[in-house]
Ligand binder design. Sequence first.
Ligand code: CIZ
Ligand code: SF4
Length: 322
Amino acid sequence: DADKQAYKARIKQLLVEKEAVLVAHYYTDPEIQALAEETGGCVSDSLEMARFGRDHPAKTLIVAGVKFMGETSKILSPEKTVLMPTLEATCSLDVGCPIESFSAFCDAHPDHTVVVYANTSAAVKARADWVVTSSIALEIVEHLDSEGKKIIWGPDRHLGSYIAKETGADMLMWQGECIVHDEFKAKALRELKLLHPNAAVLVHPESPASVVELADAVGSTSQLIKAAQTMDNDMFIVATDRGIFYKMQQAAPNKTLIEAPTGGNGATCRSCAHCPWMAMNGLKAIESALINNTPSDHEIFVDDSLREKALIPLDRMLNFAK
Ligand code: CIZ
Ligand code: SF4
């Protein structure tokens, strides 16, 4: 509508004026992803967002995603101003893994290599030996296992169990979960598969093991988009945040995409396949970040000594990925 058009026009102008670029996650709302594309920004997973921001000449990065993504961007681009539409956008994995208790867990097992998922605070990353995203977690754990390393894994227990099962690695698990993926239900998915016997099931490994077991392809957001593009099926049942449909449909325009079933009605389902924190990245919030970019409301800061420590395991991942 007219209101939205006006917001978009103002945001486009402000991006130019402030020499800023908009970087959006696959789970943000479709109009935000479209705006990032139209303005020369990028839409991707958390790792690619940070890499894109680092390599882009803009002075300011507007990170439409959740807080750990802004922090990762700042860690890789300390000379840039990193703004977020709202600093309130967090992640249940990050919240569920406070540095004090995670650090104590690590201290209790000093012979273990600490591997943490990207969905963590800068402080937790700084305590880790390796940071991984879901696109590269399997390879890195396989590598560590081949060197005989015992692993502490945090914070996502579902992703951790999936990796332990695939690699046979010795992994001590932090008990965190994503409130979005944790809602996917195996029983309802089995019933949906019966209705659509030719559909392939695509599952993000933050989902429960019972759901991962029903998958035809398991992978990170980028890997699932690729699967929809390259697999022969005409229809896909997708178990990840529904924000991904925007890019997945672009990549596979002639295919039918349907949502995997979640915990049912609004009373029992906390998220229903859309992350409530990702949803905070609206047009109004983006405009606000660009106008009154008061540090307390929008700007990401990472303490220098923490930044230097967190950069080590992040760089380890980036170099391994090369
Ligand atoms: O679930 C998330 O928040 C994901 C998939 C993050 C990422 O690494 O892009
Ligand atoms: Fe965190 Fe899940 Fe939201 Fe991703 S979708 S930001 S893992 S709560």
